[in-house]
Write a protein that binds this ligand. Sequence first.
Ligand SMILES: Cc1cc2nc3c(=O)[nH]c(=O)nc-3n(C[C@H](O)[C@H](O)[C@H](O)COP(=O)(O)OP(=O)(O)OC[C@H]3O[C@@H](n4cnc5c(N)ncnc54)[C@H](O)[C@@H]3O)c2cc1C
Length: 378
Amino acid sequence: MTDSYWLSEPAEQLPRVTCGGPVDVVVIGGGVTGCSCALTLAEAGLRVRLYEARRVASGASGRNGGFALRGLAISYPAARERFGSTAAEALWRFTERSLDRMETLAGDALRRVGSLRLADDEELAAVRAEYEALRGDGLSAEWVDELGSPLAATFRGAILHPGDGSLQPARWVRRLAARAAEAGVEIAEETRIESLEDLEAEHVVIATDGYTHGLLAELDRAIKPIRGQVIVTEPLAETLYPRPHYARHGFDYWQQTPDRRLVLGGRRDRSLETEFTNEESITEPIQAELETFAAELIGEEPRIEHRWPGIFGTTEDELPLVGRLPGRDRVWVSAGYSGHGNVLGLGCGELVAQAILGSPAPELQYFDPARVLYDEAV
Ligand SMILES: Cc1cc2nc3c(=O)[nH]c(=O)nc-3n(C[C@H](O)[C@H](O)[C@H](O)COP(=O)(O)OP(=O)(O)OC[C@H]3O[C@@H](n4cnc5c(N)ncnc54)[C@H](O)[C@@H]3O)c2cc1C
C-alpha cells in the first residue's frame, strides 16, 4: 500500500466548531505546528480558524518516522558553534520541555523509550564529541559501547538520549487537533487557501512546512521541499529495535512498533537530487535500498506492508523560520524544521502563539525569519 501506516489507523470525527465571520487568527496547515499554535491561541481565548488542504495530519506529521527527538536538525556541537553554549543548552532544554508537554497531551501515541544515535567508523569521532558536549553542558546522554548483532558489524558506539520517544505521529496530531477543537478552534479540512488576501483575520499563521508553496514568493524561496520515503514490514517474530535508531547523518532511521513491525526510512542519499521535490510519490531506487537495508537489519527478507512518501521543508541553515514575516505585519510563519519537526513543531507552534498573544519567548530570537527573508516592500 502506498499510504502511511500511521494514517491507516481510523480517525475519530473532530468536534465541530463554527466561529462565523472574521476571526482573530487564521492558521494555515493542520499538522503538528498548526494544531499546536491554534490550541495555545484558543486556550488564551482568541477566535481561531484552521484551514487544512487535505485532512489533519495528512502532511509530514502523519507520514514521518515517528521519532520524537529533542534538539534541532543541526547537531549539538553545531548549535554551540552557531549560538554559543548557553543558548545551545537553552534551545535543547526548550525542546525537552516540549517533549514533556507532548507526553501530557499524547496519551498512548507517545512512548518515552529513548533514542539511539549510532556512529559508524566515519562518524565515531563526531558523535562521541556530541556526547561529550551534551554532558559538558549538563544535558542527559549516555554512551553505549556494546551493540548487539547485527549493529556491531557496522557501528562502533552510540549516544542514548534517554528522554526521547517513539510516536504514532498521526494518532498524536489527530489528538492534538481534537484538543484544539475542544478549546474552540474551527477546523476546516479539505480547504486549500490559495491566497492570503481574502482571509478575514487580524493575524495569519503559515504552518505548512514542506507543503509551503504558492502562498508567498519569499517563503517559496526560503523553504525547499525534500521528499522522504518510508516502509513498514509485517509484524516480526522478535523486537530487535525497541526504540528509534538513526545513523549516517540521519540518512537511515528505523524502529519497531509495539506490535513488532519494523518502520524504516531514509536512504535519500542514494539519489539526493531527485529527492529535492514536493512530488508525493515513492520511487523504485529508494524503495529497493530500503528493502535491502530492512533485510540486513532483520537477517531475512520481510514482507513489506506499507510504503509511502512525505515532504518536509528545509532551510539553508537547517533552522526553522519562526516569527513574523518582515514587511507583512499580520503574517507569521513556523516552518522549515529540516526533517526534525515532531517535537520542534509543537514547541515552535506555541512560540508563535505566545508572540501573537504579546509574550514572545526568548527562544524566538534564534529562529527569526528576518535572518533570511527581507522586506519585499522596501
Ligand atoms: C518521511 C519523513 C520522515 C520524517 N521523520 C521525522 C522524525 O522521525 N522525527 C521528526 O522530528 N521529524 C521527522 N520528519 C519531519 C516532520 O515530519 C515535520 O517536520 C513535521 O511533521 C512538520 O509538521 P508541520 O505541522 O509543520 O507540517 P506538516 O505536517 O507537513 O503539515 C502541513 C500541512 O499544511 C497543509 N497545507 C499546505 N498548504 C496549504 C494551503 N495552502 N492551505 C491549507 N493547507 C495547506 C498540508 O496539507 C499539510 O497537512 C519527517 C518528515 C518526513 C517527510
